[in-house]
Structures are given as C-alpha cells and as structure tokens.
Design a protein around this ligand. Structure first.
Ligand SMILES: Cc1cc2nc3c(=O)[nH]c(=O)nc-3n(C[C@H](O)[C@H](O)[C@H](O)COP(=O)(O)O)c2cc1C
Length: 314
C-alpha cells in the first residue's frame, strides 16, 4: 500500500516533498512539467524536476499533447534519475487543455496510449497515468481509457474520481474506484497498480480507499497542504487502528522547517513571498488564527513568520 504525495502545481516543490517524505510519504511526484518546455530546453521547467536528494523516490509528471512531443522531451533530460514517469491526463486548466494536453487526452485515448508506448520504449521506466472520470457527465469513459492505457503498457493508474468539468468541486465519486478495481482485479498478475485520488482529507479517508475499495495506493493532495502529518497519521491508523494529531509545537516547528528549507533553496526574499499560501495553510482551521494569517500576508522574512506563529502557542 503506497502513500504518495500527489502532484500539486505551485506546491509540490522539493521543500514540500522533503517534508512529506519525512512524515512518511513513500513516493512523491513533481508538479506537472511541460514536455514541450523540456523539448525546448526551458530552464524554468527544469527547476521543477530537482530532487531534494538522491534518496527521493520521485516520479516525474509530464504533460503534453502527443507522442512526438514526449519523444523530443525525453532526449533533453536525464530520465534515469526518476523512479517512474507519470502522464497527466487530468489537468482541467483551459491553457493546458487547449493544446491537447491534460484532460483533453481523455477524449483521445489512442494518443494517450501512444504516449505510454513511446515512454516505455524510449526509457524502460515504469509508466503511470493520472486521469479523471471523463471530460464531462456525458462522456464518462475512464474504464475504456484505463483499458487502452494498460494495453499500451501502463504499469500504474491513478484515478481522480471527478470529471474535467467538475474541476475540484463537488465530491469525488468513490463508487467508480470499485468499477476500476473490478476491471483489474487485485490478485491478477496482469493488473496494474491502482491509486485513488480525490477528497483525501484525513487518515480515515485514505484507509477507506485502501481497505474498502481495494486500492493499491492513495494520493494525498489538498489534504496534505500544511498538513504533512497526514502521512504519519495514516500509517499509524493502518498499523494500530489509532493515531494522534500533532501538537501545536510540532505544527509550528514543521511550518518553520518547511520555510527554512524553502529559504535554503530559493533565498529568504523569494521564499518569504512565495511561501505565504503554504504557511497560512499550516494554521488553517485553527481557532483564532485570523490574526496570524493577517500577519503572514505581509511577511517578508523568516522572523515575520516566526513572530506570527508564536501567537499560536499562547
Ligand atoms: C492547486 C492544485 C494543483 C494541482 N496540480 C496538479 C498537477 O500538477 N498534476 C496533477 O496530475 N494533478 C494536479 N492536481 C490534482 C491533485 O493531484 C488531485 O488529483 C486533486 O486535488 C484531487 O485530490 P484531493 O481532492 O484530495 O485534493 C492539483 C490540484 C490542486 C488543488
């Protein structure tokens, strides 16, 4: 059973991946990286792909519209460093979809299949694909899509149980995980590994996917932002049937450690600015945190965040 930090554009940089791994994420995924950007040797794109250290079990997620783009991209970087390559067939953002990438691939399963085939042939790495239920309510096709992906060589599937048109709203429709599992039974050697994604906000949510729905793994996305403790909680719950929540001191310490890592990677000025949403997420849901959040909106250095977080301990 694999607990994975999901790809989250704008969040899962190496600082976050390092923190999540320290709390028990067994796999991490880069945020989505443009295959076209790689093919064009974009430096900005490459920054997203750095491991925090050699030991990281890192999957590279790529998005692109067709096999040729992926083929060109694979010539331009050391794919050997990654544990796996994941194809993004779920991103709903218009800018991505209009190029034929992300969830637009769900409308062209044969192209997704060709991409999988090309990556396998060129690299020999394990290949996974992350997709949705379908483009919209009228075109739910995840079972056919999954079948094409597996026939084309996919070793692993991740279903985000929403349609493209649902974006991130409404509830993930969990019943579909059962149908996907039924298509690829757990005990069959030809079955791919299946991960669940969607509404994993607690250790109990993760356990449900693993134990009730028979998933091989779970991806933690919004539920892990500002809450890397969820990995430890899930592992404890699975092992012992119970877990404890982090203390306020641990919350503060972890938020500051996350900031320190970002500072070590990007410098204090940049990190202080870019980490605002992340730092605020560490105090989300805590009573009386509005003053802390207000202080964070103007924070420009480590000390500003530390001063704000200290109020939590009062
Ligand atoms: C801010 C944000 C960025 C995301 N970026 C990516 C991404 O780069 N690649 C991807 O496959 N999914 C991405 N996702 C989708 C998540 O990985 C996940 O599938 C989705 O949030 C559902 O899980 P949740 O309901 O537990 O958050 C993103 C989601 C959010 C909210």
């Amino acid at each position: 059973m694999t607990l994975t930090l999901a790809p989250l554009a704008g969040y899962t940089d190496k600082a976050f991946r390092m923190i999540a791994s320290a709390f028990g994420a067994q796999e991490t995924v880069t945020e989505m990286v443009s295959a076209e950007g790689l093919a064009r040797k974009s430096v900005k794109t490459r920054a997203l792909m750095e491991k925090f250290d050699e030991s990281e079990n890192l999957t590279l997620q790529l998005f692109g519209p067709d096999g040729d783009t992926f083929k060109r991209a694979l010539k331009e970087f050391r794919w050997q460093e990654f544990s796996k390559i994941d194809i993004n067939a779920g991103c709903p953002v218009a800018k991505v979809v209009k190029t034929g990438a992300g969830s637009a691939l769900m409308r062209k399963p044969e192209i997704a299949g060709e991409i999988i085939h090309i990556i396998k042939e060129e690299t020999g790495l394990k290949v996974s694909i992350k997709f949705r239920l379908g483009w919209d309510e009228g075109s739910i096709n995840y079972l056919d899509f999954a079948e094409t992906a597996v026939k084309s060589g996919a070793d692993e599937l991740t279903l985000h149980a929403r349609t493209r048109s649902q974006l991130y709203s409404g509830q993930a429709r969990k019943e579909h995980f059962k149908a996907l599992r039924a298509l690829f039974p757990k005990d069959e050697s030809t079955s791919p590994l299946i991960n669940a994604s969607g509404d994993v906000f607690s250790a109990e949510d993760a356990r449900l996917y693993l134990e009730e729905y028979g998933m091989d793994g779970v991806m933690f996305a919004r539920g892990a932002i500002g809450n890397p403790f969820i990995f430890r909680e899930t592992r404890k719950l699975l092992e012992t049937g119970e877990y404890t929540l982090p203390s306020t001191e641990e919350r503060i310490g972890t938020a500051l450690r996350h900031l320190e890592l970002a500072i070590s990677f990007y410098g204090e000025q940049t990190a202080a600015r870019e980490m605002r949403k992340v730092m605020m997420s560490y105090v989300k849901g805590i009573r009386n945190s509005s003053q802390i959040k207000a202080m964070m909106t103007t924070a420009t250095c480590y000390q500003d965040y530390e001063n704000a977080l200290k109020l939590l301990a009062l």
